[in-house]
Write a protein that binds this ligand. Structure first.
Ligand SMILES: [Zn+2]
Length: 509
């Protein structure tokens, strides 16, 4: 029996109980007491290890409520173009990788943002051919929803002038010849199936590194929101957990096309089935694809009838509206309390929608870090009236909507403190502020990563708050974190992280 006393800390339970405590008692991987040092110590025996937290802030460990583990792991091996400011820089990075990659092997690159390029456009197949024509190249946009292929990759993927757009997809074409120019929007499925999977050894190493990065920022559990998740991903995650590469707890959403495939849990609850995920592809400043709206409504009522939770990916105003309507209709048909259906992202909140979402009991799972990362892009793309409703966290919270936060990794790196900083100062990368009236404080922003994220996945009995019976996953942050400025917050990192009562950061092994 191992027991541990964390004392001399500033405990924030996140339970909303207003409890002032400075110690947490842990036994066998679970919390047994929260209170004063004396109270906590009396719950444990004499053979207790003690950690002096030096007045640091002790919180429940973070839960990333929306991310994509395998893509994030793969991104750690790919050519990172997120810092590129010109197409020439992207070409250079790909050229360098090509030099140490056997001809014919795929080069995977990601992270560019065309609004940050001096050319202010997507690179094309011709641009990528200049970097290499001996390797097929797939370059993924920062949003994850645009792919650029070079000519060889287009050929291997079988996309040419005669290829028709799939629902929600766009093939950009040369106006005269009708030939694809390499830019493919909303076509991840068609493109990615042509790119070979990583070998298991490569993947498991990358997942090991991904796990390490999540833990280092205080995240011990993740909700994988990949809309293609099914039994094969479930089996793969089990294997990765079994061999110790994946050292996080995972709630795996079930892609709607794999509805009913996943068991409820595996490996003593390290892997748990989450909501049914539905994707609504959207084109910029346009609504979602009409066919997808119809099939979403069908999935929503099937999931509702089966007693399952739903998670709908909806970013723009139109998509959010359609998602709310679909959930409303499904709930009307078979009413159920405490369903906690979720809207993922909800980037632009339709006018007057906060109250309606609250009334339906729908949760919003969003990514505050996007304010900083994408803010300048939104300033260019959205009308002023929409900017006021962009990531409208305060409006949602005041209406009583359950909020949870995630990184959407690999779209943005997992970093709850940076996410909180963005929710507090609402500053874009260039320093402009967006929707300052929607700002919240650090405590609330971190509540979305703990209490909110746990509730959004029905995990609140054991996670997201510090109280007896909860799993002993905790994070120790520097003293004064809750009152630090956003600038300071961005430089902070956890001093210690425990998973099931065991210290995982700093890594003691
Ligand atoms: Zn996502």
């Amino acid at each position: 029996m191992t027991s541990l006393l964390l004392h001399n800390s500033n405990v924030v339970t996140m339970a909303g109980d207003g409890l002032e405590a400075d110690a947490v008692a842990i036994r066998d991987g679970a919390i047994v007491a929260v209170g004063s040092a004396g109270e906590a110590a009396s719950a444990l025996g004499s053979d207790t290890a003690r950690v002096d937290c030096e007045r640091g802030v002790l919180l429940p460990a973070f839960i990333d409520a929306h991310c994509h583990l395998l893509s994030y792991a793969a991104s750690l091996l790919a050519v990172d173009c997120s810092a590129a400011r010109s197409i020439a820089e992207i070409q250079d990075a790909i050229r360098q990788r090509a030099r140490r990659t056997p001809a014919g092997s795929w080069i995977r690159a990601f992270g560019y943002e065309e609004t940050q390029l001096v050319e202010a456009r997507h690179p094309t197949a011709t641009d990528l051919d200049d970097a290499t024509s001996d390797h097929p190249v797939r370059l993924v946009h920062n949003s994850g929803h645009v792919r650029v292929l070079n000519s060889l990759a287009l050929r291997l993927t079988g996309i040419d002038g005669r290829t028709e757009e799939p629902p929600g997809g766009v093939i950009e074409r040369d106006l005269e010849t009708g030939e694809p120019n390499g830019v493919l929007i909303g076509m991840e499925r068609l493109v990615d199936q042509a790119v070979p999977d990583l070998a298991y050894e490569e993947l498991s190493d990358a997942v090991r590194e991904a796990s390490r990065r999540f833990l280092s920022v205080g995240i011990t559990a993740i909700q994988d929101a990949t809309h293609t998740n099914g039994l094969s991903e479930w089996t793969l995650f089990q294997r990765l957990m079994g061999d110790g590469s994946l050292t996080l707890d995972v709630i795996m959403m079930e892609g709607s096309e794999h509805f009913g495939e996943l068991p409820r849990s595996a490996l003593d609850g390290q892997l748990v089935r989450g909501p049914v995920k539905v994707m609504l592809h959207e084109l910029e400043n346009a609504g979602p694809d009409a066919d997808e709206v119809v099939s979403m409504a069908r999935v929503a009522s099937a999931a509702q009838a089966a007693g399952r939770q739903m998670a709908i990916h909806a970013i723009g105003e139109q998509a959010v509206l359609r998602a709310v309507e679909a959930l409303e209709a499904a709930l009307r048909k078979s009413p159920r309390d405490d369903h906690r259906h979720r809207i993922e992202h909800c980037s632009v909140l339709p006018d007057g929608m906060a109250a309606r979402i609250a009334e339906l009991g729908v949760a919003v799972v969003s990514q505050p870090a996007f304010i900083r990362k994408r803010g300048d892009r939104y300033l260019q793309l959205l009308a002023d009236t929409q900017l006021e409703r962009l990531y409208a966290f305060r409006a949602l919270s005041e209406a009583g909507v359950l909020l949870a936060a995630g990184s959407d990794a690999p779209v943005s790196p997992p970093d709850p403190l940076a996410s909180a900083a963005a929710a507090v100062d609402r500053a874009t990368a260039s320093g402009a502020a967006i929707g300052s009236s929607q700002a919240v404080d650090t405590l609330e922003a971190l509540r979305w990563w703990t209490w909110g994220a746990a509730h959004a996945a029905f995990l609140e009995a054991t996670r997201g708050s510090l109280r007896p019976g909860a799993v002993a996953d905790l994070v120790l942050l520097p003293k004064g974190t809750m009152s630090a400025s956003p600038e300071e917050l961005r430089t902070y990192a956890p001093m210690c992280v425990w998973r099931r009562g065991e210290q995982v950061v700093p890594d003691s092994r």
